[in-house]
Design a protein around this ligand. Sequence first.
Ligand code: SAM
Length: 261
Amino acid sequence: MHATRRRALGQHFLRDAGVARAIVDLVAPARGDLVVEIGPGEGALTGELAGRAGRVVALEIDRGLVARLRARIPSVEVVEADARAWDYGALARPPGGRALVVGNLPYSVGKPILAALIAARTAIDEMALMLQREVAERVAAPPGSKTYGSLSVLTQLYCDVRVALRVPPGAFRPPPEVESAVLHLRVRPGPCVPLADERRFHAVVRAAFAQRRKTLANALAAGLGLPLEVVRKATTTAGVDPGRRAETLTILEFAGLARRL
Ligand code: SAM
């Protein structure tokens, strides 16, 4: 395949079997579990998964790699698909087992794939996802940190998240220009705070972070198209100083705010 296309598909293959094992160990698949692997590539994680899980479904966009992987590991169901648009909810969780998602994600589409997985969260129990380190840290960032944003809030609302492993470029062939990190996500039974209206909560969080330099009230007024005075009053009633910045608010504070807007 042409080098430009390989780069566009984020084809950096893991060449460190120890790292592959450590990623799979995070979710520890057992015989009763189903694993969906995203972007199996040449199969660095797939072999390890196939040896441990009852069923492995692997989603790969590159037709050449699909054919090679099918020949190499016939027990794995390799599907030629775009992981951003796949219907994760269509796979039934095995009775008594878990539905797991594992993947060394292509960096350019890591965020849309993560968004698709969060949208399908009720069909998933746990995930181990390798992303560009900066993105992984943003997802797991706590309130008050510079990288805390809507990606952190909207993921942590539904999942317990931690950065479990950091992986240097030398673990891949060819080595990427950025560092990588693996997120371990456990899907919660419901949102971590009670929400009156999920769609409104999402809209408020996105508006609050859309203009990070502005105060909370100014960002919300601009993002939601509301008069500043209305926003100031709602913010104060929710017990939040309208002069604060979005990155200082906890998820609970966002929920209180969304209820009053
Ligand atoms: N899992 C392998 C490994 O660890 O060595 C390969 C990881 S490589 C970083 C990313 C893989 O995802 C590549 O095989 C690439 O072709 C595939 N890929 C890229 N975009 C994709 C998409 N939208 N849907 C599914 N697979 C994709």
